[in-house]
Design a protein around this ligand. Structure first.
Ligand code: CA
Length: 234
């Protein structure tokens, strides 16, 4: 552990949530700042030295997506975790489009949130120090976690946010068979349960973009089960 405390900004208008977040984060040894609306949050985010921002989406004054957009426009690269409501799946997609690094759905388990915070801080610290554990590699496929860029060899692959999420999920579970239902609930969320066709459709998109024309196919259909991203010699 480094001696220096990391600074975390919480932008959240629901006072009970903001308070418990602050308590838990301080208990974990972080310095914490708080803003209760989007405008104040943006102000604090650009003027302070933050290692990470927890950003609620539904905020008065400026909503979270707008805060995010303006921060990135301002060339702020601070890691941001969005806090979204369960029934606002589009937020997740538009959040990633505007440069969020992670998101967590309310109501969340505190342990999970703390794990995400630690993880994101670790990745950013590693990338600042020039380590490369912010890149996932499978054969000649590389997935940059921070910039959300994807390459096969040097060829850049342009993915939509959802395609990226799907690829990242399969890459994090490489060489493991995943059922359509698992993929659906883990990548799309529970509200999509039952509609596994969407998984097949997106696998097709992904194949077109990242496997078509390459000698080694990475994305495999597991008959009667689902799909798997597999290293060529695994
Ligand atoms: Ca809110």
């Amino acid at each position: 552990m480094s001696e220096e405390k990391e600074n975390i900004l919480i932008i959240e208008d629901e006072d009970p949530i903001a308070r418990i977040l602050q308590l838990e984060l301080e208990h974990e040894g972080y310095n914490v700042g708080r803003a209760a609306d989007g405008r104040k949050g943006l102000e604090m985010a650009v003027s302070g030295e933050w290692d990470l921002v927890l950003l609620d989406v539904m905020l008065p004054e400026l909503n979270g997506i707008e805060v995010l957009r303006r921060l990135r426009q301002n060339d702020s690269a601070v890691p941001i975790i969005l806090l979204t409501a369960r029934d606002t799946v589009p937020d997740k997609v538009s959040g990633f489009e505007h440069g969020a690094n992670d998101y967590i759905t309310k109501p969340f388990a505190m342990e999970e949130l703390l794990a995400r915070v630690r993880n994101l801080l670790r990745i950013f610290k590693a990338s600042r120090e020039g380590e490369s554990d912010d890149v996932l590699r499978i054969a000649d496929l590389s997935i940059e976690l921070m910039t959300r860029k994807v390459y096969r060899k040097d060829h850049s692959i342009d993915l939509t946010p959802r395609e990226f999420e799907l690829l990242l999920y399969l890459a994090r579970h490489k060489n493991i068979e995943k059922t359509r239902d698992e993929i659906l609930s883990d990548v799309w969320g529970y509200e999509y349960i039952g509609d596994t066709n969407v998984v097949d459709v997106y696998i097709r998109y992904l194949r077109q973009k990242m496997d078509k024309g390459y000698r080694h196919k990475l994305l495999h259909t597991v008959r009667g089960v689902g799909y798997m991203l597999r290293e060529p010699d695994a």
